[in-house]
Design a protein around this ligand. Structure first.
Ligand code: NAD
Length: 459
C-alpha cells in the first residue's frame, strides 16, 4: 500500500515541475511524445509477453488493440500538435469591433490516469498521449488485475521519463483510494460504471473535472436484409476477441426472427474458422482475467439454451466462445455488462421491438446495427442513443482516430482519441483582445436615447 505522504510527495514534485512552465513548450511535448514512441518500440517484445501472461492475448490482438493503437495515436499527435496548439480565431459581432477573439489551449496541470485491466497497456498509455500533448504532468495508475502489464508499464515509464513529469503508481484499490483523496487538476478514469461513481464523488470534493470511460450493455441488432456471412464474421470477431473482455464488444444479439437460425449457423462457422474445432487449443484465444470473473461468467452460462460452445476449464480460466439462445429478457445475462465470451440471443419480429428493448436499458457505450436498408439505419440512429455506433461492423469505430471515443449517460462522460485527447486535457481559454483605435460610447451611461440604436444592433 502506498503511504499517503508518498502520494502527496509525488504530486507535489509534479506540481513544482509543472510550475516551471517547461511543459508549455510545444517542442518539449513533441520530444516527450517521440520518447514515448521510442519506449514502446524498444519494449514491444516485453509488452507482448506481459499481455500474454495476463490474458493469454495473441500477438496480433495485442499489436492491433494495444501497441499499434498507441503508436498511431502518437504519430497522429506528432503530426498535428503544432496546429492544435495554435490559438483558434473566433469571429466577432459588429458591436465588439474593433478587436479580435481566439481560443487558447492551456494545459490543466497534474492529471491522474486510472486504467482498466482488459486492454491494460493501451488504457494506461493512450490517455497519457493526450495528457503530454496538451502539456500536463501525469500520474498513471494501471490496473492491478493485469499485474504483469502494470509492472512493465511502471518499468518503462521509470526508465524513459523524468518522474516529476510522468510517473506510474502501482497498487490495488487502497492505492486508488489514496490517489483519489488528492487534489488533481483532471482525472481520467477507465473502468466499470459503479467505480466510475466512486471516482466522480472523490473528484467532486476538489471540484476536479473528470473523463469517465465506462462500460455498459452494447446491443448488436441484425436486420433480415444483411450480408449473413460478413455479419456473422464481424460479430464473432468483435465478441470473442480478448475473450469478450472488450468494453465495446457486442454484449447481446437482437436478431430478426426470419434469419436467426441462418445467422447462428454462420456465427458457428466463423468461430470454427477463427479458433478451430476446439478453441481451448487455439493460440489465438484469450483467457478470463481472474477466478472471480471466471466464476461470475460461469454462472451466466445458465441463462438459456447453449447452442454454441459452453465448455469451461477453471484451471485454465477458459470459457469457450459461447452463444445462448432462448434467453429471457429478465435473465441474469441480460442485466449487467457480460464482459466475457457469452453472446445471448433475443429474436424480434419488428425492428421497433428491438429498439424498445435497447431503450429500456441505460445508454450503452456502443451500438451495432447490421442492415443494407438506409432508412432502417437512420431509424435506429434516430431512435436510440449510445456513446458511439457502427453500422455493418463491430468495434472498428474505436480505431478511427478522428472519431472521439466515449460514452453517454451510464456509459461515461467525455471522450478521447486523436484531437479529442488533446482537447480533453486542455482548458480552452476564451480571450477577447480589444483595440485602442476607437471607444464607442454606446454602452456607457448616460443611457438616454441609446436603447433604440442598441436594439437595432443586437437582435
Ligand atoms: P478495474 O477493476 O481494473 O478498475 C479500474 C480502476 O479502478 C483500477 O485502477 C482500480 O484500482 C480502481 N478501483 C477499483 N475499485 C476501486 C474503488 N473501490 N475505489 C477506487 N478505485 C477503485 O477495471 P474494471 O472496473 O473491472 O473494468 C472493467 C470495466 O471497464 C467494464 O465495465 C468495461 O466496459 C469498462 N471499460 C471501459 C472502457 C472505455 O474505454 N470506455 C475501456 C475498457 C474497459
Amino acid at each position: 500500500m502506498l503511504a499517503q505522504f508518498a502520494v502527496g510527495d509525488i504530486l507535489g514534485k509534479q506540481r513544482r515541475f509543472f510550475e516551471t512552465g517547461k511543459t508549455k513548450d510545444v517542442s518539449f511535448r513533441l520530444e516527450q511524445l517521440r520518447l514515448l514512441k521510442q519506449a514502446i518500440a524498444d519494449n514491444e517484445a516485453a509488452i507482448l509477453q506481459s499481455l500474454q501472461a495476463d490474458l493469454n492475448k495473441p500477438d496480433v490482438e495485442a499489436y492491433l488493440g494495444e501497441i499499434g493503437f498507441c503508436l498511431s495515436e502518437i504519430s497522429y499527435a506528432l503530426k498535428h500538435l503544432r496546429s492544435w496548439t495554435k490559438p483558434r480565431k473566433i469571429s466577432l459581432p459588429a458591436i465588439q469591433l474593433p478587436g479580435s477573439a481566439a481560443l487558447y489551449y492551456e494545459p490543466l496541470g497534474v492529471v491522474l490516469v486510472m486504467g482498466a485491466w482488459n486492454y491494460p497497456f493501451q488504457l494506461a498509455i493512450a490517455p497519457v498521449i493526450g495528457a503530454i500533448a496538451a502539456g500536463n504532468c501525469a500520474i498513471v495508475k494501471p490496473s492491478e488485475l493485469a499485474p504483469n502489464t502494470s509492472r512493465l508499464v511502471a518499468d518503462i515509464i521509470k526508465k524513459y521519463f523524468n518522474p516529476d513529469f510522468v510517473t506510474v503508481v502501482e497498487g490495488g484499490v487502497e492505492t486508488s483510494k489514496r490517489l483519489l483523496e488528492q487534489k488533481f487538476d483532471y482525472i481520467f478514469f477507465t473502468g466499470g460504471t459503479e467505480i466510475g461513481k466512486i471516482v466522480m464523488a472523490a473528484a467532486a470534493k476538489h471540484l476536479t473535472p473528470v473523463t469517465l470511460e465506462l462500460g455498459g450493455k452494447t446491443p448488436c441488432i441484425v436486420d433480415a436484409d444483411t450480408h449473413l456471412e460478413y455479419t456473422a464474421r464481424r460479430i464473432a470477431w468483435g465478441k470473442f476477441m480478448n475473450a469478450g473482455q472488450t468494453c465495446v464488444a457486442p454484449d447481446y444479439l437482437l436478431v430478426n426472427k426470419i434469419i436467426k437460425q441462418d445467422l447462428l449457423e454462420e456465427i458457428k462457422k466463423s468461430i470454427r474458422e477463427f479458433y478451430g474445432d476446439d478453441p481451448a487449443h487455439s493460440q489465438d484465444y484469450c483467457r478470463i482475467i481472474n477466478q472471480t470473473h471466471f466464476n461470475r461468467l460461469s454462472e451466466l452460462l445458465k441463462s438459456g439454451e447453449i447452442v454454441i460452445g459452453g465448455d469451461t476449464n477453471p484451471a485454465d480460466r477458459y470459457i469457450a466462445p459461447t452463444v445462448i439462445d432462448g434467453v429471457d429478457r429478465e435473465a441474469a445475462v441480460m442485466k449487467d455488462e457480460i464482459f466475457g465470451p457469452i453472446l445471448p440471443v433475443i429474436e424480434y419480429t419488428d425492428l421497433s421491438e428491438a429498439i424498445a428493448l435497447v431503450n429500456s436499458k441505460p445508454k450503452p457505450l456502443a451500438l451495432y446495427f447490421f442492415s443494407r436498408d438506409k432508412q432502417k439505419q437512420e431509424k435506429v440512429l434516430r431512435e436510440t442513443s449510445s456513446g458511439g455506433a457502427c453500422i455493418n461492423d463491430t468495434v472498428m469505430q474505436f480505431a478511427v482516430t478522428d472519431l472521439p471515443f466515449g460514452g453517454v449517460g451510464a456509459s461515461g462522460i467525455g471522450s478521447y482519441h486523436g484531437k479529442a485527447s488533446f482537447e480533453t486535457f486542455s482548458h480552452q481559454r476564451s480571450v477577447l483582445n480589444k483595440s485602442f483605435l476607437v471607444d464607442f460610447k454606446l454602452r456607457y451611461a448616460p443611457y438616454q436615447g441609446k436603447l433604440g440604436f442598441l436594439k437595432r444592433l443586437i437582435k
